[in-house]
Write a protein that binds this ligand. Structure first.
Ligand code: FIX
Ligand code: ZN
Length: 413
């Protein structure tokens, strides 16, 4: 049996897995980030970090400031309330709160500060384009996929001003405003198709995406079904574009909390099985928001090679859940999944979301290699690099490569 060059010592194996997982560049397949030159759409700095909806939801549980007063405050005043409530008056142990600590620490800022003076001065002193480079570098993120809404006026204005986006920011075409309405909104099916084709030609997305409620069904007896069958799926086929489905969100459960007021519900994974079976030539990237759907998603992916599970979304992006889900996926799917996306809305969140995720992914991978070692197969360093490259970018690149049967799709842009 070959042992030369293999990692048979478990301490060495662990150290090696950590080095590879922490140093491999990742493609972040779903974010809400924008490049520096997208004006106000590029969010960064301590006030944006603290007013992230994950944190406002937590602050409302403990502050005496009622939501209607909070929303009338300036962003800096809101950030002060969140800082005092979650970081000064208590310990920031929740995942979202600890995330801010990880970010402050990465920049050498005082994580025990009683006010935000130092942090504000630091972020205000940064040149935004250089700051973007620095953050991507610290987080080891080689590229991010944006969420681009073709129905959004502010964003359209930027696209129509002929901006050339930073090539590290890839486009995804977000179709919530098309697929989550109860009627056709005064346009015909062919007009919707025409609009979608034009958006694809203008923006060159890497995929089309939509978030869906827990009661999403396929086939369905509703407008969404018609739009999927007659507009979105034919466009996916024709342009050879993958479709991303993010399933299980219940919007506006508490509207008073605004963006922080969304919740989740368990969905029906068999709808995805039927979709994948009926459209075997369309590639689907799928994530579910409910913990209860994760195991079924893995099993569905074993049945359909056009189904790629991705990410531990939103309420699942906590170390305990990331650990559980990643282990489940490794056990059921080998390396044929995308372990995480950041869903970052604020630039510096890339630092904490990826640092925290890498820790869980490294632990899960190490355990799987140790089990393999105990079963009789030691792994080689280059095999670990190959696995991590596949998980962090290879699987996604393969999914969005606009190729069918080995031929690249030529499209007139
Ligand atoms: O629908 C989505 O893309 C969600 O990720 C967001 O709407 C959500 O607000 C969020 O930021 C979750 O991480
Ligand atoms: Zn998102």
């Amino acid at each position: 049996m070959r042992t030369a060059g293999l990692l048979i010592d478990t301490a060495e194996l662990r150290a090696h897995v950590e080095i590879v997982v922490n140093s491999t560049w990742v493609t972040d397949v779903h974010t809400h980030l924008f490049p520096a030159d997208f004006n106000g759409l590029c969010l960064f700095g301590i006030d944006e970090l603290l007013t992230y909806h994950y944190l406002t939801a937590e602050a409302f549980r403990s502050t005496s400031v009622p939501p209607e007063l909070f929303w009338r405050m300036s962003k800096t005043d809101q950030a002060d309330v969140v800082w005092k409530t979650l970081f000064v008056d208590s310990l920031p142990t929740s995942e979202a709160a600890r995330g801010v600590i990880t970010v402050l620490d990465a920049f050498g800022l005082d994580t025990r500060a009683t006010d935000l003076k130092e942090a504000r001065a630091f972020f205000n002193s940064r040149s935004l384009p250089e700051h973007v480079d620095h953050v991507l570098d610290i987080a080891r993120v080689g590229g991010v996929v944006m969420t681009n809404d073709p129905f959004d006026e502010a964003e359209n204005q930027i696209w129509n001003s002929n901006v050339v986006p930073d090539s590290r920011f890839q486009v995804s075409l977000r179709l919530d405003r098309l697929l989550n309405k109860s009627d056709l909104q005064g346009a015909s099916i062919s007009e919707h198709r025409h609009f979608l084709d034009a958006s694809i030609r203008q923006l060159h997305p890497v995929y089309m995406g939509v978030s869906l409620p827990p009661d999403f069904n396929f086939p369905g007896d509703d407008t969404r079904d018609r739009l999927l069958r007659d507009v979105v799926l034919p466009a996916a086929r024709e342009h050879n574009l993958a479709i991303t489905l993010m399933i299980g969100v219940r919007r506006g459960v508490n509207p008073e909390l605004r963006e922080a007021g969304d919740s989740l519900g368990k969905a029906d994974v068999s709808a995805i099985e039927r979709l994948c079976a009926e459209y075997p030539d369309v590639k689907f990237l799928v994530t579910f928001l409910s913990r209860e759907n994760q195991h079924e998603l893995c099993v569905a992916a074993r049945k359909f090679r056009n189904l790629m599970p991705f990410g531990c979304w939103w309420f699942l992006n906590n170390p305990s859940m990331v650990s559980e889900i990643t282990r489940e996926r490794l056990e059921l799917l080998g390396q044929s999944f995308i372990p995480q996306h950041s869903d970052a809305r604020v630039l510096e969140q890339l630092i904490y979301k990826w640092k925290h995720a890498r820790k869980q992914i490294a632990d899960a991978l190490y355990d799987s290699y140790e089990q393999l070692l105990n079963s009789g197969r030691a792994v080689a360093p280059e095999e670990i690099s190959r696995d991590v490259a596949r998980l962090f970018s290879g699987n996604f690149n393969e999914w969005v490569a606009r190729e069918r049967c080995g031929t690249s799709v030529s499209e007139s842009h």
